[in-house]
Design a protein around this ligand. Sequence first.
Ligand code: CMP
Length: 136
Amino acid sequence: MERTLCIIKPDAVKKKVQGKIIQMILDSGFNMLGMKMLQLSTKQAQKFYEIHKERPFYNDLVEFMTSGPVITIALEKANAVKDYRELIGATDPAEAKAGTVRKLFASSKQENAVHGSDSAENGIKEVAFFFSESEL
Ligand code: CMP
């Protein structure tokens, strides 16, 4: 079994499509180990996206991710990372396949509805960023 972290981002929560996104995840066979709705602090968002800190979009990304509540979900499934990335589609909704979460609900590369871990190793780390083992 692999873990991956889903974040339903502020744009999707503002549009009230979090229920539809969660249903798509469940219909794709993922187990939900834990879920939290929270307002990220600037420090938390900076730390979570530290890997992107040299990128030109980093400050805007931090501002966007702290612009409203997010929902973090710890997911588990065989091949969770790959299968979840297929379900959500490409970072840029213009390039995302029909029927993916981002094609349906994202509006730009930044406001792209959901986050997903990019490797099994990061899946474990990112789930641990938001959840202690006793919460899962
Ligand atoms: P996410 O999967 O959360 O990982 C990093 C995030 O940075 C990504 O989704 C987008 O929200 C954002 N991002 C990636 N590339 C760009 C870009 N070229 N311009 C703006 N935001 C980006």
